[in-house]
Design a protein around this ligand. Sequence first.
Ligand SMILES: Cc1cc2nc3c(=O)[nH]c(=O)nc-3n(C[C@H](O)[C@H](O)[C@H](O)COP(=O)(O)OP(=O)(O)OC[C@H]3O[C@@H](n4cnc5c(N)ncnc54)[C@H](O)[C@@H]3O)c2cc1C
Length: 365
Amino acid sequence: MIHDCAIVGAGPAGRAAALYLSRAGRTAALIDRASFPRRKACGEGILPAGVAVLRDLGVYGEAAALGRPFLGVSYTTRDGRRAAGRFPEGPGLAMPREDLDHLLLRRAAAARGVTVLERNGAVAVEREREVLRVRLENGDVAARRLIVADGLSSPTLRSLGVGRRAPLRRRYGLAARLTGVEGLGSFVEIFMLDGGELYLTPLPGTGRASAALLLEGSALAGAARGREAAFWRLARSHPALAPRLGRAILADPIIGLGPLASEAERCEDGAWIAAGDAAGAVDPLVGDGVGLALRGGRLAAEETDAALAGAGIPGRYTRDRLRLLRPKRRLASLALAMSRRPLLARAAVSALGACPSAFSALLAG
Ligand SMILES: Cc1cc2nc3c(=O)[nH]c(=O)nc-3n(C[C@H](O)[C@H](O)[C@H](O)COP(=O)(O)OP(=O)(O)OC[C@H]3O[C@@H](n4cnc5c(N)ncnc54)[C@H](O)[C@@H]3O)c2cc1C
């Protein structure tokens, strides 16, 4: 069988692409080397623009039943200054990644024209006239088009000869799930540390939160026990956070990832398009990787559908994707500048604290 499209990677980008292709009446093979549900290093908050895609896909009701809404984001400096901004478009949604991934994968598996292949990694892509053949660990898949959505390290783009641009600052992340955290409310809270930050996303249930620690340097990528000690030491180094963690314990092992942001040299070329983190990831500090992946998956599906109909325009996807990313990159640069310079952070947090509407405007989109 020749599918209209093969999608390598069944994260949020790949699943959204599969669901939108199905909606357009196309057939797709959605391929992942992992077996779901499985944990993924993530702060587990979906910002409002991502929530809008869940609504559009008709999965919001089910997602909301598994999640906890949050109204905005707050920053707290080490000397106790705090600024909170509400999302102008309505709440975001926090939920364990296993639940989000499982929900979207089930929908994709039930969608007309979509074939899901789990536990079967892609190892190479070959072109045979008008058909692409994706070689898998077990068997292969033939398709007219390809969407590459296999995440930050994208082995598939590498196998296609596409390099990656490393970010100027190499940052690494640790993701932890905690129980027993005190004082959780309806905001994602970002605590500024020396040279990094910890953000705390309230999950459903009393005292449950997802904590993502983002820092420069590879120290965090060490052995499991070293990570745990480093996590608690850094989390408790923030004077406003430490007292709230007195009774907190890890609900799951800590997982790490890094470097956190990189960009593919190209995100489209002839018969393939790259989406989500594979195409390029913004530092998770802006907390919108899932939303960008969902929206990027939709864009990739639209361009693929157009190309299959003979109406594709080379370069259009790249332009549209950059338009999507631009405001997030701007926000990431500002937040990263703050993360390096405590004096700037204090001034910016004081200014944003005094003007919540300006903070809200920064969070738009
Ligand atoms: C510490 C940390 C905290 C974060 N916090 C947040 C947050 O709070 N909110 C938010 O929105 N985003 C957050 N992010 C970012 C978010 O997790 C990612 O941007 C998002 O998962 C990207 O989705 P994706 O579909 O592009 O890739 P992924 O979710 O990485 O999915 C890629 C898939 O491809 C599969 N794959 C890889 N190689 C192959 C292969 N060869 N063959 C087949 N399949 C393959 C993988 O198994 C995986 O399932 C965070 C990231 C980190 C590291």
